[in-house]
Design a binder for this molecule. Structure first.
Ligand SMILES: C[S@@+](CC[C@H](N)C(=O)[O-])C[C@H]1O[C@@H](n2cnc3c(N)ncnc32)[C@H](O)[C@@H]1O
Length: 313
């Protein structure tokens, strides 16, 4: 039961004499945050305080920092109603990003809908590696493709930080591509990105070869389905999560084969993976005659996350 449907005093009654209830009895911003943080903690829902703040700031349509200067204010009933609904849904597993319709990635805001994966902080390493490689190049234009673009977060973040990037972004999902196009527009880079519906690279005809192929492909094996959090399995698109087979490497294996055909010599393939499949994926690159394995990048938690490989033959 979420208790702030109506303004009540500590006896559970609405003040009848028209006088405002004492501040401590009102559902002030401070009290709403504190109650919700405990509620999320009890339900094991995400990062309880941060999530409570993001939801309340969005319901109030104000920056999160502003909550701290308005602690004693009681939000209007309509705002409390929206917040109440979101709190109940998040406690049941619905991700905060889908509730508020956005997520920050690489210090940029991205619109997200249930049609796209919620951008993850680990994927920022993919962007950093890509930007470093593009900046090392002396070429005026560097042909880059983001395979499985989803919300477009990787392609757009690269464009914002690497002016030489000439970007293609593809996805097999039309609804994901719609979201990616809107995000590109919002960030002022839609002129620099060519969007394509494609099964990996198969329907991307131009350019024939790329200098850089980046991808955060679906890499969860179908056999791992039962181990996933409810907030992931029940809400995020399965097309974005699951590789095409039991062990998680199937889509990556196809990507490696296609990249061998579509990379310029000395071009790079960067892809994200889970630590569980890192060893197998490194072997796929090391055993491939076209690739030289360069490095395995770890995320901030120390987990293997990004493979960097160069096409040598
Ligand atoms: C893990 S999500 C990554 C989304 C986004 N790049 C990110 O990092 O947040 C994988 C994306 O690949 C797309 N996808 C899945 N299978 C694909 C395929 N065979 N060809 C192209 N895209 C595919 C999904 O629709 C999804 O948007």
């Amino acid at each position: 039961m979420i208790p702030w449907e109506i303004s009540i005093n500590s006896q559970g009654e609405t003040p009848s004499n028209g006088a405002p209830a004492a501040t401590s009895e009102l559902w002030t911003i401070k009290r709403l945050l504190s109650w919700t943080t405990d509620f999320f903690r009890e339900h094991g829902a995400g990062q309880s305080r941060l999530d409570a703040e993001i939801l309340l700031a969005e319901a109030l349509n104000c920056p999160r920092i502003e909550l701290y200067t308005r602690f004693d204010e009681e939000p209007p009933e309509a705002v409390r109603g929206v917040f109440r609904d979101w709190v109940a849904r998040h406690a049941e597993g619905e991700p905060v990003a889908y509730l508020v319709g956005q997520k920050e990635f690489f210090s940029l805001k991205f619109q997200v809908t249930p049609e796209v994966l919620i951008p993850r902080p680990e994927t920022e390493h993919l962007v950093t590696e890509a930007i470093d490689l593009i900046r090392e190049s002396s070429a005026e234009n560097v042909q880059v493709i983001d395979v499985g673009t989803g919300s477009g977060c990787v392609a757009i973040a690269i464009c914002k930080h690497a002016p030489q990037a000439v970007m293609t972004a593809c996805d097999i999902s039309d609804s994901a591509l719609d979201v990616a196009r809107q995000n590109a527009q919002a960030h002022g880079v839609s002129e620099r990105i060519c969007f394509a519906n494609s099964d990996l690279l198969t329907s991307v005809a131009q350019p024939a070869r790329f200098d850089l192929i980046v991808s955060n492909p679906p890499y969860i094996g179908l056999s791992e389905k039962a181990d996933l959090d409810k907030s992931v399995i029940d809400f995020e698109p399965h097309l974005a999560l699951f590789s095409q087979g039991a062990n998680g490497t199937e889509t990556i294996q196809q990507l490696i084969e296609q990249a061998a055909q579509r990379l310029e010599k000395n071009g790079h393939l960067l892809f994200e993976l889970s630590p569980m499949i890192a060893e197998r994926c490194c072997s796929l690159i090391q055993e491939h005659p076209c690739f030289q394995f360069e490095r395995l990048v770890k995320d901030l938690a120390g987990h293997a996350r990004i493979v960097v490989a160069k096409r040598i033959a």
